[in-house]
Design a protein around this ligand. Sequence first.
Ligand SMILES: [Zn+2]
Length: 349
Amino acid sequence: MSALLLPFATRISDLNLVSPDEVPRGAACNCQCPGCDRPVIARQGTEREWHFAHAKGGACQQGYEVSIHEIAKQMIRDRRELLLPALDIEVSATDSFGLRIEERMHVLNAKTVHLDECKTSQKRDEVTADVAGRLADREILVEITVFHRLMPEKRDRLIATRIPSLQIDLGEFKVSQATRAKIEVALFENAMNRHWLHHPRMEQARREAQTKLDAKLAQRRAEWQLVEEKRQEEHAKRQQELAEIQFSLPSLLERSAEPITFNRPLLGSEAMWRASFPTRENILRASQSLAARTELGITNVMAVIGTITSRRQLATTTPANLATEWAAALNLPEDEILKFLHEAGYILV
Ligand SMILES: [Zn+2]
């Protein structure tokens, strides 16, 4: 900040902001600082940019910023010229996939207009605009910022006037020494340092952009639902496959360990009891299988099978004898009983 020199001062005779080259040098300039109202001297040296300095030494905090703000207002007023910014509308949202989508709408190009009338520091409703210009029957308000951003309350009050309003941001002079020539370029040639705060076509354009964005969002939501349904289907399919594998695993293992050979006469008198009594689960599974094969009820099958409950009971008979006995009791071929005895694990093949 200390490196930035006071580029303009207020000439006491007419209260206009002036550059050092518009006034006599030194104290004869008859000017004061626009920030603190103390007298200044015009420095027209050969080393540095011509500038003003407080006569009693020491700069003030706000002089530099206020001088730029005030001369910008004055320049627009004197030229009665305004560079209007483009009007671009942008709305955005997050779609069903979590991605940001935007909808942009270009409404107006930037353009320079020549005002019929232009005044500075004009009060409209509850707010004082830096500049108020009139173009035919249309008014335009201008707010200029230099070091500080436009406060939301002031922006809201400007918008509330329903008068077309724009903001010009001269923040570039926070870091670069302001001169009249540079400010002229910033004010009348650079359309990028400004934007509309309020414009009559803004709301309509925003509604149109929002409608397009909503359609895009609905499309994305439909796409997402399709993807999600497919994902759930795939998941259910995988679960089903998994369940089938788990279901078939024990019987596969059993079968591979003990190939079934019932259509051979091997089973019969040669069959021998296993060393241990089959598990309850194996007996039940083989009984269900027998009941299903022969269309006998499981209760009938169990009534007969259930008479033998230990290895000790088996030791009193042979597989062939038991097959004959149970076949008679159930009215089935003996082969069916031998098949059952094998499946349940009563006998060795
Ligand atoms: Zn000052």
